[in-house]
Write a protein that binds this ligand. Sequence first.
Ligand code: PLP
Length: 391
Amino acid sequence: MNRIYTEEEYRLFTPGPINIPNRVAHAAALANYHHRTASFRHILKDTLENLKPLFGTKCPILPVHATGRGTLEGVYTSLFSSRDTVISVANGSFGEMAVKTLNRNGIPCVPCFAGWETPVDIATLEKIIVENKPTAITTVWNDTSTGVVNPIREIGALARKYGLLFVADTVSGLGCMPFRFDEWGVDAAVVASQKGLMSPVGISFVAVSDRALEACDKNDSHRFYINLSDIFKNISGKGETPGSTPVSLILSVNEALNMINDEGLENVFKRHKALSRGTKNALEALGFSLYPFSCAARSDSLTVARVPEGVSSQEIATKLADSYHILISKGLGNTAGNHVRIAHLGHCHVEDMLQCVAALEAALDECGIKDTFGKGTKAFLEAYRNTLRGE
Ligand code: PLP
């Protein structure tokens, strides 16, 4: 029995995966390409070139056939060995994941633990660098557990000052907010397909500096499957990946990038900012408290907020899913019980967020929070329109 179509259809406001545009889904269905043909090599090259403006780089972009965490692990094991010491900024769940990944791979790691509600403090980070004399630093740019945006420009400046390799996890922010790989001095950055790239889960892309490629070449301890040196040699030499390429995922990302180019990258960023400010204003009007505390550190790709008194994040998420077929996420770690995470990233437009905010008003009402109708949508539209007008 074919059960694929029996699943309820949900609208996704989870911070990945997100709703996939029809254009991308149709491109993915053109699966009869062989990965070792001239026509596919052309598509792969085009895809990698079109990713460069999102990363803000002229450096090579490498495809990795794994999700974000597999690719991040592959980047760490390609660049680092047991002879390195890596400072890892851990002010959120995905920052903490980096610490675990480095530890499990036997790469000496000094965590820079910090509260989840603010960006990492640069003075504290510099102190840890001076005390530990590391060879590298890793940071999550947009931590999807908290909606905190870390100051990559300032961390990159520290990395250059102390001669450290700098890896940034840009999985959930790239294509939603401007990123400047070259200007900020980043050596490797990773994006996964299911966020700003509006595609199904399963492939990631890594921007790599010359310094990063040199470190990979010198590293004799790295692994077989995700080996950035091998991937770089295959891509720059033959225009192909080692092993079979997940063709349908490359076609998806290629078409998603065409959509981004059609809209214009600056307009994509502006849309994300307007949706983000609209959503944040709506949630505040509905009695939520925004997280992180500082406005400047808040992500444009998702909104994280503490729920109003008298209701739990689980109740709200369940009502939205059961009554309105809308999926949002709860907080992660300690924030799971009383925080929600609502994404407005990738294939998300004003009509989508109006639907989500209106459903949220109704769900809150059903959870016993009174006087919600119209409040969220009005606040959403005010901030959304003001942002588009440049106010
Ligand atoms: N890093 C960040 C910031 C993420 O948001 C995620 C996933 O949500 C990951 C890493 C892990 O990526 P994946 O789930 O594709 O393995």
